[in-house]
Design a protein around this ligand. Structure first.
Ligand code: NAD
Length: 502
């Protein structure tokens, strides 16, 4: 059985760990590889190596660091289809979606190529008589990224390109279900000229993460995953004196106003709810209407579309039409999603389209579930409250705009939210008052571009700063502010004991 190795100090190294985690091809249900959970010694070694590599890398000019990123970008483009195939093989998402995820990661690399400009700081000439002040943005040291299974390329690339370009060293702890891509990225960084020890990958689970969270040599932790884990990582990392940004789960609402083009809105909801089999934190698993007529029309438009969804393996032979979505990540997760659909029925929602127990022909052992559509989902139901992370869309029938807003704003999660309308006043009110971090107006999945920042509100994110964009640069640097006066001008002739004013 092929084993995915750690990547420490510029090379792939086998782990001495004895706990093996199986890696599946979720489309066939077959185990294709395994990964060992690292030992505490191996985690410590990665920190030690990253700590040693830090001074020289921090002292490397931002321009030279940017050149490594430029080269890394070229290498990603060179190996594009191979990388996307690897994502599809281990995660299951369809090939074009894997390419889309890579593009979103590449865009952060492109942003990081501008690092000389981004860290040039601030300067005030003549802040006082003969006094100048400048602020410099200096790297922190060893940074850690802990990432989820659903974006094995994009989420790590939200983190390490900026962290490294800012002059930090980095340890990535990828999800154990699809860890191979992280090693390919490490090899490409090395080929791009990144010095050994600046980027390391250790595989493992919660125990390995907790070692990193408690190690005083680690200065910052970026986390993306479930909310329970995000809250735990934020609390433990903060208690050990680190900067922590921890992004968690989501349950995003799409508010469908009465004036919309129903057909276009149904298509938008279809892609946002069922793309990547719903395994996206910016998916739209809930559509909320403010009148029954719109809800009826929406359900009528969605029903045949959901029934016609094509799901199957993520890679299709050349010339054949690609599936709409692939399998879920594991058999256990597929069974969980199925259980949520059972609970939805038990709790009284109307199951309009039932995708349970329907398998694509020839892939009966794959981790598939078909698209499911619920109507009459109400706020007290489990399928309304909890993140399902599967191809399940629920229609919620509110009675007014105010009631819909109240529901959205009182939900535990506030990652994203979207409104579908041609009414400018409604859109303005929605964007102004909605309690969510990323908002779309007729844009179902409003994931910000790399030069903006990504982050949710409420229990969808913990920590002061968002991911990537300008916040990413702030997160991975500390500011030093220098006040300068040269002796020949106006030296102090006597001690001053009051607070200096310029
Ligand atoms: P997960 O929480 O099971 O695992 C994510 C990472 O956290 C893994 O690397 C794992 O090792 C680690 N981990 C798990 N439990 C931990 C603990 N108690 N302490 C320390 N580390 C722990 O999540 P997953 O199933 O891989 O990913 C799906 C989840 O990620 C969903 O909830 C989804 O919404 C969320 N997600 C959020 C965003 C976002 O931007 N908000 C983006 C992608 C995914």
């Amino acid at each position: 059985m092929e084993t995915v190795l750690n990547f420490i100090n510029g090379k792939q190294v086998p782990s001495k760990g004895t706990i093996a985690w199986p890696i599946y091809n979720p489309a066939t249900g077959e185990q294709i590889r395994q990964v060992m959970m690292s030992t505490p010694d191996e985690v410590n070694e990665a920190v030690e190596v990253a700590q040693k590599a830090f001074p020289a890398w921090a002292a490397t000019s931002p321009l030279r660091r940017a050149r490594v990123m430029f080269k890394f970008k070229q290498l990603l483009e060179r190996d594009w289809d191979d990388l996307a195939s690897l994502i599809t093989e281990e995660h299951g998402k369809v090939f074009s979606d894997a390419q889309g995820e890579l593009t979103r990661g590449l865009e952060v690399v492109e942003f990081a190529c501008g690092i000389p400009h981004l860290v040039k700081g601030e300067f005030s000439e003549q802040a006082g008589r003969g006094i100048d002040i400048h602020s410099a943005m200096q790297p922190l040291g060893v940074c850690v990224g802990i990432t989820p299974f659903n974006f094995p390329a994009m989420v790590p690339m939200w983190m390490f390109p900026i962290a490294i370009a800012c002059g930090n060293t980095f340890i990535l702890k990828p999800a154990k279900a699809d860890p191979s891509l992280s090693i390919r990225l490490a090899e490409l960084l090395k080929e791009a000229g990144l010095p050994d020890g600046v980027f390391n990958v250790v595989h493992g689970d919660r125990h390995d993460n907790e070692i990193l969270l408690q190690d005083s040599r680690v200065k910052a932790v970026s986390f993306v995953g479930s909310t329970t884990a995000a809250a735990h990582v934020h609390a433990m990392g903060s208690a050990h004196g680190k900067r922590v940004q921890a992004l968690g789960a989501a349950k995003n609402h799409g508010l469908v106003m009465p004036d919309v083009d129903i057909e276009a809105t149904a298509n938008a909801l279809l892609g946002a709810a069922f793309g990547a089999a719903g395994e996206r934190c910016m998916a739209l698993p809930l559509a909320i209407t403010i009148d029954d007529e719109t809800a009826d029309k929406l359900v009528a438009a969605l029903k045949p579309k959901v029934e016609a969804l094509r799901y199957g393996p993520g890679l299709t032979p050349e010339g054949e039409k690609e599936n709409d979505f692939g399998p879920l990540i594991t058999r256990q997760h597929r069974d969980n999603v199925k259980r949520y659909v059972d609970i939805g029925v038990e709790e009284g929602a109307t199951l309009v389209v039932d995708g349970r127990d329907k398998f694509p022909q020839g892939y009966e052992n794959g981790f598939f579930i078909g698209g499911c559509l619920f109507d009459h989902v109400t706020p007290e139901m489990t399928i309304y409250k909890e993140e399902i992370f599967g191809p399940v869309l629920g229609i919620v029938r509110a009675k007014s705009f105010q009631e819909a807003m109240k529901l959205i704003n009182e939900h535990q999660f506030g990652n994203g939210a979207a409104i579908f309308t041609n009414n400018g006043a409604a859109a303005r009110e929605f964007t102004y008052s909605v309690q969510a971090g990323m908002v779309g107006v007729n844009v179902p999945i409003p994931v910000p571009m790399a030069f903006h920042c990504f982050g949710g509100w409420k229990d969808s994110a913990y920590g002061a700063l968002n991911a990537y964009g300008p916040d990413g640069v702030r997160f991975y640097t500390k500011m030093k502010t220098v006040t300068t006066r040269w002796p020949e001008q106006n030296v102090a002739h006597q001690a001053a004991f009051s607070m200096p004013t310029l």
